[in-house]
Design a protein around this ligand. Structure first.
Ligand code: CU
Length: 246
């Protein structure tokens, strides 16, 4: 096994932010794509999560990178499929553990899902098609300094979401993000930290959510939840569609 540490990656050169390190899905722990290790390991480890290009943000809501990560400026347009799926029953709660999140980076946690083809997600790239529905959002608590991502600023915490219990079984792509708002008073300024993982959902549900959105497409720079002064005591509206409920 070949293993080299990166010297000075583009994202390592700026202040550290983060990515999802691992997840617990149906009582199993899955290590997610490790942007500072996986590219240097041969053969590449097989993951349920799609590659992210480091711990830095996406700031342009109109490019492919806003879907599952990427580094278009450096020639890596968007992310790419992962090899594996994690099997989980509809109705289950999933825990996502981020690397320790910087306490300046206040903002919401938002999670979407998209149904993949019946063959699975591992050849599936939705492009900007409207395929996504929102399954969870956690914004600001009133006008306080408590945000969806506040819990991630302590070691050992996790973001969670629940696979809707009524969802039709099959393969699904999950898009989970933090939107950091510390520089969001003008656009571009909000920092998007999206990442995607692949599930095989089991169960007996039959729901196929409607009102789907695309990434890019769902967000505009002018959205109230994207151009926002987090230093003011004011309420906050998470961008994107309303949360799907069974
Ligand atoms: Cu940052």
């Amino acid at each position: 096994m070949k293993y080299l540490l990166p010297t000075l990656g583009f994202a390592a050169a700026v202040a550290a932010h983060g990515y999802v390190d691992n997840a617990t899905i149906a009582n199993k722990v899955y290590t997610f794509y490790q942007p500072y290790q996986d590219p240097y390991i041969s053969p590449a480890p097989q993951r349920i999560s799609r590659p992210v290009q480091g711990n830095g943000p996406v700031t342009d809501v109109t490019i492919a990178d806003v879907q599952c990560g990427g580094y278009s400026e450096g020639g890596i347009v968007g992310s790419s499929p992962a090899a594996l799926h994690a099997e989980v029953a509809a109705g289950s709660e999933i825990s996502l553990r981020w690397t320790l999140w910087p306490d300046s980076h206040v903002g919401p946690l938002v999670t979407y899902m998209a149904r993949c083809p019946d063959a699975g997600c591992n050849n599936y790239l939705p492009g900007s098609s409207a395929v996504w529905f929102k399954v969870k959002e956690e914004g600001r608590t009133g006008t306080s300094d408590t945000w969806g991502d506040s819990k991630l600023m302590k070691a050992g915490s996790a973001a969670t979401y629940t696979v809707p219990s009524c969802l039709k079984p099959g393969y699904y792509l999950v898009r989970h993000e933090i939107i950091a708002l510390h520089s969001a008073y003008a656009y571009p300024g909000a920092q998007f930290y999206p990442g995607c993982h692949q599930l095989k959902v089991t169960g007996s549900g039959s729901s196929t959510p409607s009102g789907l959105v695309g990434f890019p497409g769902a967000y505009k720079g002018s959205d109230a939840g994207i151009t926002y002064d987090s230093y003011k005591a004011q309420t906050y509206t998470v961008p994107g569609p309303s949360v799907f409920k069974c």
